[in-house]
Design a binder for this molecule. Structure first.
Ligand code: SF4
Length: 436
């Protein structure tokens, strides 16, 4: 029997995809290996969202090739977004690769691997209009046994001008409700306590007559012991109905990831984000008036094509106004085949991008610290996830607002919801003590 090893890069969707691939290969007689040294098949599940992510994978493949040199029977494959976006180019650049498989052909991996076994190099990057892997229960080897991701949809129709996802993951399609409920039922039976529903734009989930708020309703009612989170949301699709649903249920997390990308209307237009800052702020206001204790996080790209100093200042002003508790912040990285790569020059120099990125990171740290200080004295229900990396006498978890809280405690509490009073903080972490 052949063994396989998967290394996962990129977003949470890729983690789920690796779990789906693991299931498919196990069903077909392959054995899972958590060690690259013992594997006959080495798969890298990849990300194309930034050039840096691709460079990391290429460097890793060259490193892995040393294993293949000592054992030529080893097969190496790239699966996921990089396979989809680079295709033959990748095989030319990295001739040691045996297979490239896009995100919609994982069901065919057993046949692809049989072909590869006959020393053929295989590229299969067909995109599908309906593949959701709804019938495949992901196999979760790399898990804390408490938190799990459940994919509810795949692909994206938004075509933000900088983004490669609609090309690597295809058009949007929603998974059927019954299969989602079945997967959550199985996770609940296994003792999982927190489930994050995933999709590129979960707000536009729609399966026959079930939209995203309705799906959340069904899950929150049926699984009161589970805390539900979700990611990611497009601001244009955030509805009142969704806000009301989050407000209604204790077991839907009071934390919302609302990617803004830029504080400038001119840049948002070039990014094809389909909202203005005023419209975005209106959504923030609606969220906060309906759910006063909600935390909001975001994504920001700095140095997009044509971004002026004034555009950058508008981003800074927006950050000060919204007061995100957390932000993913990146320098713009032009991706091949996107609208932006064809229409707009990547014309903000590297030094300016770096300076602007540092400015927003510094600002975000200050805002996070200020917001965290306001939590001192408050008590939160926290799901214990594990032992603190810095001190093994401390444990950590997250509250409904998605803030990490570290506090003295015993690991036997892992998986329990406990009450923790915040006594101190840094910009990244709350520090607490157990409260009865
Ligand atoms: S919403 Fe925009 S940024 Fe998000 S995956 Fe779709 S195209 Fe990419």
């Amino acid at each position: 029997m052949k063994t396989f090893y998967i290394e996962t890069y990129g977003c949470q969707m890729n983690i789920v995809d690796s779990e789906i691939v693991t299931s498919i290969l196990l069903r077909n007689g392959y054995l899972y290996s958590d060690s690259i040294q013992n594997a006959d098949i080495i798969l890298l599940n990849t990300c194309s969202i930034r050039e840096h992510a691709e460079d990391r994978v290429k460097a890793r493949i060259r490193q892995i090739n040393s294993l293949k040199k000592s054992n030529p029977n080893i097969k190496i494959g790239i699966i996921g977004c990089m396979a989809e976006s680079l295709k033959e180019k990748l095989l030319n650049e990295l001739p040691m690769l045996d297979l490239l498989a896009g995100p919609d052909v994982y069901r065919n991996l057993p046949e692809i691997l049989s072909e590869v076994d006959r020393d053929n190099k295989i590229i299969n990057t067909m995109l599908s209009e309906d593949e959701t892997y709804s019938d495949i229960l992901p196999t979760r080897y790399d898990t804390n046994g408490i938190s799990a991701y459940v994919s509810i949809m795949r692909g994206c129709n938004n075509f933000c001008s900088y983004c490669v996802v609609p090309y690597t993951r295809g058009r949007e399609r929603s998974r059927n409700v019954e299969s989602i409920v079945d997967e959550v039922t199985s996770l609940a039976q296994q003792g999982f306590k927190e489930i994050t529903l995933l999709g590129q734009n979960v707000n536009s989930y729609n399966y026959i007559e079930t939209n995203f708020p309705l799906l959340l309703n069904i899950l929150a009612e049926q699984f009161p012991q589970i805390l539900f989170r979700f990611a990611t949301s497009h601001p244009k699709d955030l509805s009142i109905e969704l806000i009301e649903t989050i407000a209604k249920y204790q077991n839907i997390a009071k934390s919302f990831h609302l990617p803004v990308q830029s504080g400038s209307d001119a840049i948002l237009k070039k990014m094809n984000r389909k909202y203005t800052i005023d419209e975005y702020l209106e959504k923030v206001k609606l969220l906060r008036s309906a759910i006063p204790d909600i935390t909001i996080s975001t994504d920001i790209i700095c140095g997009f094509s044509g971004e002026t100093e004034d555009d950058h200042k508008q981003t800074i002003e927006l950050m000060k106004e919204v007061k995100y508790f957390f932000a993913f912040m990146f320098k713009y990285s032009e991706r091949p085949n996107t609208v932006a790569s064809r229409k707009y020059a990547d014309n903000v120099d590297e030094q300016t991008k770096t300076r602007r990125l540092n400015e927003i990171i510094d600002l975000q740290q200050k805002i996070s610290y200020e917001l965290n200080k306001q939590d001192i004295g408050k008590t939160y229900k926290v799901l214990v996830e594990g032992t603190s990396k810095k001190n093994n006498k401390e444990i950590f978890g997250r509250n409904s607002q998605n803030k990490v809280i570290v506090f003295p405690g015993d690991i036997s509490m892992k998986g329990e919801f406990v009450n923790v009073e915040v006594v101190d903080c840094t910009s990244a972490t709350l520090i607490g003590r157990l409260k009865n």
